[in-house]
Design a binder for this molecule. Structure first.
Ligand code: NAI
Length: 504
């Protein structure tokens, strides 16, 4: 029996393990893949390496080095004497016990599920594998793309359908890349692959990109990316994906590229249109990883989006299991008899399993690496009885396009919809000395606050280093400061930060 079991060593899991271990808890952490999770291995870190590489070839070379260095750093951290890393998949036996495929069982007072998320496939699967013209189906490739050999010179093969993992595994730059979904993943990859020289087309169901960000800012960023050469089809729902009927002539295809053509068919304003591409990236959202955890054994009913339901302390909500004959609870889990009704749970939502937690993407609250980290810290504090004041309602996020976009707090549209009294203040990068000096004149900041330059509510921005500007605003919002207090805070001149005090 150990104090804590953590399933998943991504940013949520490994940071929680360290925090717990540093406070004297004995932790066993399970990881079936590489430590660091999606963020380090196939997410934030590889994509930022791409953003900061001059060419695709440089990105492909640097990516494994950067990832490996960080991975070994995490492994060193996890060699803490209070932590045992088990490199196996864990699944539940009961609310205090997990089992690995090798048959080993482990028990703990508390268990944290931190299994992350994976690509949500498009609901067009019949067309994803169509027998068009007798050609072979088009499978979705993820990490397997790494092992896919390049076609011999002049020979054609089917185009690739990939998720972000598969795209990051490509060794050759696609000539034509079609991205389905203009969310965070779609926009980041559109930006970087366009810069590397691919012909990029984005097909998005909604009228505007980046649903989480202020629509005015999202539109400005999209228009800028259009000027950079990316083709956007907005308000366009993808209907099917198939091998293109008439592929290009083989000799127009450079050696070694994934050279097959795919046709992406979509409907826009009642018209059916299609785009051809060599590689299609599916970026239509992610779904929580719960398969194989055997959550049924704990009486947990997943939410509609597949997330594990949690309360505000990230304790898992479960329905009492039916008692077997004789009145004994199943699997030794006395969920019903614990009587741990959480005060934050609504009627009929079930009971909180006070020793079982779910953090990060798997609870579907905020699919961000830093959200997972802070949720993990909070859970460990909760277990240890340490009071913290982490403001989960003030969650900044950034999109690493060129230039960046970032936000914290509700957008102007959301505030209007909620009928919150507020005022909106804007400033543009082109009026900022440092931005002009840097040649980074594209950008804008929008600050929303309570009336009369009152308490700051949100900050949405795009432009060079927008993430850093939003981080500064996050500090003020977290501390409940007003716009007046932000203006009265001395800002170094000349800096991009001055944009925040230049708002009208
Ligand atoms: P997303 O939910 O941000 O965007 C998906 C987009 O696909 C939506 O705009 C949706 O309207 C569109 N879409 C869905 N079905 C479609 C169809 N049939 N045809 C056309 N468009 C369609 O999801 P995304 O970008 O895959 O990201 C997943 C999660 O990962 C997000 O929660 C995101 O916050 C997180 N993430 C965060 C990053 C960051 O913080 N920098 C980086 C990468 C991912």
């Amino acid at each position: 029996m150990t104090d804590m079991i953590i399933i998943g060593a991504g940013p949520g899991g490994y940071k929680a393990a360290l925090h717990a271990a540093q406070h004297g808890l004995k932790v066993t952490i399970f990881e079936e893949g590489h430590v660091g999770g999606t963020c380090l291995n196939v997410g934030c870190i590889p994509t930022k390496t791409y953003v900061h590489s001059a060419s695709f070839a440089e990105a492909v070379e640097r990516q494994p080095q950067v990832v490996e260095q960080l991975r070994s750093g995490i492994e060193t951290l996890l060699s803490h004497p209070n932590i045992t890393l088990v490199r196996e998949r864990a699944s539940f036996v009961d609310a205090h016990t997990v089992e690995t495929p090798s048959g080993q069982r482990y028990s703990a007072d508390n268990i944290i599920i931190a299994t992350g998320s994976s690509t949500k496939l498009l609901n067009i699967s019949p067309s994803l594998t169509p027998p068009v013209g007798g050609r072979t189906p088009v499978p979705l490739e993820t990490s397997q793309a790494e092992t896919r050999p390049s076609p011999p010179r002049g020979e054609r093969e089917e185009g690739l359908v990939v998720d972000s993992t598969g795209l990051l595994a490509l060794k050759e730059l696609p000539r034509r890349l079609c991205i389905i979904g203009a969310g965070v993943i779609g926009m980041e990859f559109a930006s970087v692959f366009n810069r590397f020289g691919s012909e990029v087309t984005v097909v998005e169901f909604l009228k505007e990109c980046l649903p989480a960000i202020d629509s005015d800012i999202a539109k400005r960023l999209r228009k800028l990316m259009e000027k950079q050469g990316i083709k956007f089809y907005m308000g366009a729902g993808v209907k099917s994906l198939s091998p293109a009927a008439a592929p290009d002539s083989p000799d127009t295809v450079p050696d070694g590229l994934p050279s097959g053509s795919l046709s992406v068919t979509f409907e826009q304003k009642g018209k059916e249109l299609s785009v051809e591409a060599d590689v299609v990236l599916i970026a239509t959202g992610r779904k929580p990883n719960t398969e194989g955890l055997n959550l049924e054994a704990l009486g947990i009913t997943l939410e509609r989006n597949g997330a594990i339901p949690v309360n505000d302390n990230y304790e898992v909500k479960a329905h009492p299991l039916p008692l077997p004959k004789g009145g004994e609870s199943q699997e030794g889990v006395s969920i019903a008899s614990r009587g741990n009704e959480s005060p934050s749970l609504g009627e009929g939502l079930g009971v909180g399993l006070h020793s079982l937690y779910a953090i990060g993407d798997v609870n579907g609250r905020q699919m961000l690496a830093h959200a997972a980290e802070y949720q993990g810290l909070h859970v460990v504090n909760h277990i240890l009885g340490i009071e913290d004041h982490i403001r989960f309602d003030v969650m900044p996020a950034a999109i690493f396009t060129t230039p960046e976009a970032a936000c914290v707090g509700p957008s102007e549209d959301q505030l209007k919809e909620a009928a919150v009294p507020f005022e909106c203040h804007k400033a543009f990068f082109r009026a900022n000395g440092k931005a002009l000096a840097m040649g980074e004149t594209e950008g804008m900041v929008k600050l929303c606050c309570e009336p009369d330059e009152g308490r700051l509510l949100s900050c949405h921005a795009y432009g060079a280093h927008a993430a850093d500007l939003v981080q500064e605003a996050t500090a003020f919002i977290t501390l409940g400061a007003t716009l007046q207090q932000l203006r009265e805070t001395v800002h170094i001149h000349p800096t991009l930060s001055e944009v925040l005090i230049e708002v009208n």
